[in-house]
Design a protein around this ligand. Structure first.
Ligand code: NDP
Length: 448
């Protein structure tokens, strides 16, 4: 890990003291703080106003009980969270995650990352995140609906199109957003389209939102490759996960001429040297909600590697698109040894700090999540724009806007890294560029 200078080291120690046990939050904060030394030196007003200390403390944290009946009539109890981290640039904006691993530290890491990611998009959105330790796997449709309704019965009072605008994340897709939006509408008696993004197309959603994170991440990697006079054409790629982000990453890579040979879920890895059959994956995952292992029963040449490590598969481009800390130092070393030239993070914080160091030291093109996967939230902001103007844009128009935004984010990170003497370091570029805009807004708004 990089050293923190003395002043920033003290701030970090205070974050550790105030947020015990929240290791993912510590990790996310440390990665940003490691980049900020030269920024504070250049902008004394940020230190004077204690901007770094304030940015590490959420504006509001909401934790609540979510009781619901399962199909057998038993009472079940989960815990709900919404961390409204920073509203300097706009209403809190960030997804909702349903996964048994969710606790406050996960939601805080995601909310913290979201502040800088949203700033990078150039759109008027603040940072927040929410979720529950509810496990949607194996639940019936009715159970999912009852859970979402109970979750929203508490959360609705904290939301609003000018206040806090959630979207999906792991375990929360179009179905769950539908149930939550429906309950919000019922309780408030308001058809407030702009209170949720990721909505269905028939009721205020935007074309390209479903595809946006995966497409955007692939555009970002395309830009990194372009800056090195390379392209996706003929590249062998590996994409972890098989959820929303993974599926549309695979789709765009294939459209750009790359070949994706592997994807995964939390049980194992599918390896298909002929290139993945995306239509089959979409059917298995989006329609039938099955496990990725079943791919192998449809394609005899494909191998299912139970508990396999996807990063052991040699590739030119790696796109971690499942979850946090899924790619460690050993995996990063294996990828580099096998000739990987680019990594684009679709998932949030999928690479551990020692893995990041290996990528940076090897000087491969490494696109950190807060830059590379910002296309999802950027398209959410486009959905909010369409809702506000009672308009709906075509697929081509919306995708072109997404592409433009991703090119802009790439350029901002690239140029900032050069300005701060670390050419090619997108981690530094993303953290500094994202931070400075929020910091200026916080100074302008006074001590609040
Ligand atoms: P989905 O729920 O659609 O898919 C998640 C995928 O990751 C599944 O294949 C799942 O496998 C796998 N996965 C989840 N948790 C774990 C785990 N602990 N270990 C191994 N595999 C796991 O989620 P998304 O595709 O929406 O999200 C994936 C990542 O992208 C997350 O990090 C999310 O925060 C990030 N992201 C998502 C955005 C979006 O627009 N959806 C926007 C920006 C970032 P299994 O089914 O076995 O659990």
């Amino acid at each position: 890990m990089a050293q923190l200078d003395e002043r920033i080291g003290e701030i970090y120690n205070e974050v550790l003291r105030r947020n015990p046990g929240e290791v993912e939050f510590h990790q996310a904060v440390r990665e940003v703080l490691e980049c900020l030394g030269p920024v504070l030196a250049k902008h004394p007003q940020f230190a004077h106003n204690k901007i770094v200390q304030r940015i590490c403390e959420p504006e509001r944290q909401i934790i609540f009980r979510v009781p619901w009946f399962d199909d057998q009539g038993n009472v079940q109890i989960n815990r709900g969270f919404r961390v409204e981290f920073n509203s300097s640039l706009g209403p809190y904006k960030g997804g909702i995650r349903f996964h048994p691993s969710v606790y406050l530290g996960i939601i805080k890491f995601l909310g913290f990352e979201q502040i800088f990611k949203n700033s990078l998009t150039g759109m008027p959105i603040g940072g927040g995140k929410g979720g529950s330790d509810f496990d949607p796997k194996g639940k019936s449709d009715n159970e999912i609906m009852r859970f979402c309704q109970s979750f929203m019965t508490e959360l609705y009072r904290h939301l609003g199109e000018y206040t806090d605008v959630p979207a999906g994340d792991i375990g929360v897709g179009g179905r769950e957003i539908g149930y939550m939006f429906g309950q919000y509408k019922r309780i408030t008696n308001r058809y407030e389209s702009g209170v949720f993004t990721g909505k269905g197309l028939a009721w205020g959603g935007s074309l390209v939102r479903t595809e946006a994170t995966g497409y955007g991440c692939t555009f970002f990697v395309r830009e990194m490759l372009k800056s090195r006079k390379q392209s996706f054409e003929g590249k062998r790629c590996v994409v972890s996960g098989s959820g929303n982000v993974a599926i549309y990453t695979i789709e765009k890579i294939q459209q750009l001429g790359g070949k994706v040979v592997a994807c995964s879920d939390s049980n194992g890895v599918i390896f298909d040297d002929n290139g993945l059959d995306l239509e089959l994956i979409k059917r298995l995952k989006e329609v039938e909600r099955r496990r990725i292992a079943e791919y192998a029963s449809h394609h005899k040449q494909a191998k299912y590697l139970e508990s396999g490590n996807i990063w052991d598969i040699p590739c030119d481009v790696a796109m971690p698109s499942a979850t946090q800390n899924e790619l460690n130092g050993k995996d990063a070393a294996t990828l580099v040894k096998n000739g990987c030239i680019a990594v684009g993070e679709g998932a949030n914080m999928p690479t551990t700090p020692d893995g990041i160091k290996i990528f940076l030291d090897a000087k491969i093109a490494y696109g950190p999540s807060k830059a590379a996967n910002a296309g999802g939230v950027a398209t959410s902001a486009l959905e909010m724009q369409q809702n506000a103007s009672r308009d709906s844009w075509s697929f081509e128009f919306t995708e072109a806007k997404l592409d433009q935004i991703m090119q802009g984010i790439h350029q901002s990170c690239y140029e900032t890294a050069e300005e701060y003497g670390a050419p090619g370091n997108y981690v530094l570029g993303a953290n500094i560029f994202g931070f400075i805009k929020v910091a200026h807004a916080m100074v302008a708004h006074g001590l609040i």
